[in-house]
Structure formats: C-alpha cells, structure tokens
Design a protein around this ligand. Structure first.
Ligand SMILES: Nc1ncnc2c1ncn2[C@@H]1O[C@H](COP(=O)(O)OP(=O)(O)OP(=O)(O)O)[C@@H](O)[C@H]1O
Ligand SMILES: [Mg+2]
Length: 176
C-alpha cells in the first residue's frame, strides 16, 4: 500500500511560539499516537516536546528535558507522554527494538521521539513526522509537519486550526 503524505511548513520566531505549536499538537493527539522529531542539536525538538506535554495535560511539576542516558522519560498526565531521545544510542540491539516497539505500539500514552531518524524509523507505522531546521535569524525555526497515514491527516487539520486561532499572522510557507 502506498502511504499518502500531507506536509505543512510553519515558521516560528521564538521558543514560545514553538511551545505553542507543540501545545496545539498535544491537544490534537490521543493515546497510541506517535510523534517523530528530526533535527540537529539545538533545533528545538525539546522545546516542541514541552509544548506537546502541555497540550497532553502533563503536570507542571514534570519538567520536560531531553532524556539522556536513560533514553526514555515517562510523564504522567491526562494523556501520559513517553518522551524518548536516541541521540546517545550508538548501537541498536534486539533488546532495544523490543522495548521501543512496546512503547510505540502502546495505546496508553503518546510517544514523542527525539532523533527519530536514528535506528528506529523502520519500526514506525503511521505517525506525525516533524523536521526542525534553523531559519534566517537565531530565533527562527522552519518546522515541517508530515502526516504519515490517514489518521494523521485529521490530526494535522485539527492542530492547524488551533494554531491559527492565536497566530493569524504566522508565516505558513507551504501547504500541499
Ligand atoms: N523558534 C525557536 N524554537 C525553539 N527553540 C528556539 C527557537 N529560537 C531559539 N531557540 C533556542 O534553541 C534551543 C533549542 O533547544 P532544544 O533543547 O529544544 O533543542 P533540541 O533540538 O532538543 O536539541 P538536542 O538534540 O540537543 O536535544 C534553545 O536554546 C532555545 O532557546
Ligand atoms: Mg532535545
């Protein structure tokens, strides 16, 4: 089966705007959903994850930062968030595959995965893929949202509607 992709590119101009985009994403997700974050060091993956956590209703007492050597943080909330970061994973064992698959196929929470282009992309079925790149200024980020699979089309529509309510002047570079 050929999977359709639906891409939207948004430019944010501050960490707070990136958090707000994350919030709109989190508000549009349900348990079982998967968000794959791809971008260089400092691209804004963790700031976006903070916004997603806010949208999912993660308690304010749970500070969201990149999981380092422990690779995954479980944040309880209205919808739990399983926050993973594979930057420090330098080889991929069968054991890694098993525990990661357990999270990805869990229907109890949302997986948010930093450095999702390392090792695990083939494990993902339908998901929301997000590429973050530096923009023209230090505080500009070009954020490409790609809905992989029909269900994520609906999620994309919902999150964009939420996002536009507050950001009528924001720069949408492309929508196809
Ligand atoms: N528009 C923006 N969106 C997000 N972060 C921004 C923006 N402008 C500047 N920043 C800064 O960029 C940095 C992003 O850091 P963050 O930890 O989110 O990156 P990361 O992609 O998770 O990196 P790493 O791979 O090291 O975990 C922060 O210092 C933040 O203040
Ligand atoms: Mg990070």
């Amino acid at each position: 089966m050929i999977k359709k992709n639906f891409t939207t590119i948004i430019e944010t101009h501050s960490p707070e705007e990136t958090v707000h985009l994350g919030y709109c994403i989190g508000k549009s997700l349900y348990p079982g959903h998967v968000v794959a974050l791809i971008g260089h060091l400092g691209a804004g993956k963790t700031w976006l994850s903070r916004g997603i956590a806010k949208g999912l209703g993660i308690s304010k007492n749970h500070h969201v930062h990149s999981p380092a050597f422990d690779l995954v943080h479980e944040h309880p909330g209205t919808i739990p968030m399983y926050h993973m970061d594979f930057y420090r994973l330098d080889h991929f064992s069968r054991e890694d595959e098993l525990w990661i698959e357990e999270y990805i196929h869990s229907d109890t929470g949302v997986c948010v995965i930093e450095w999702a282009d390392k090792f695990i992309k083939d494990l993902l079925d339908d998901h929301l893929e997000i590429h973050l790149e530096m923009g023209g200024c230090d505080t500009d980020r070009k954020i490409s949202l790609i809905a992989v699979g029909d269900e994520y089309y609906t999620i994309m529509d919902h999150l964009l509607q939420l996002f536009y309510i507050k950001n009528k002047n924001i720069n949408i570079l492309d929508k196809e």
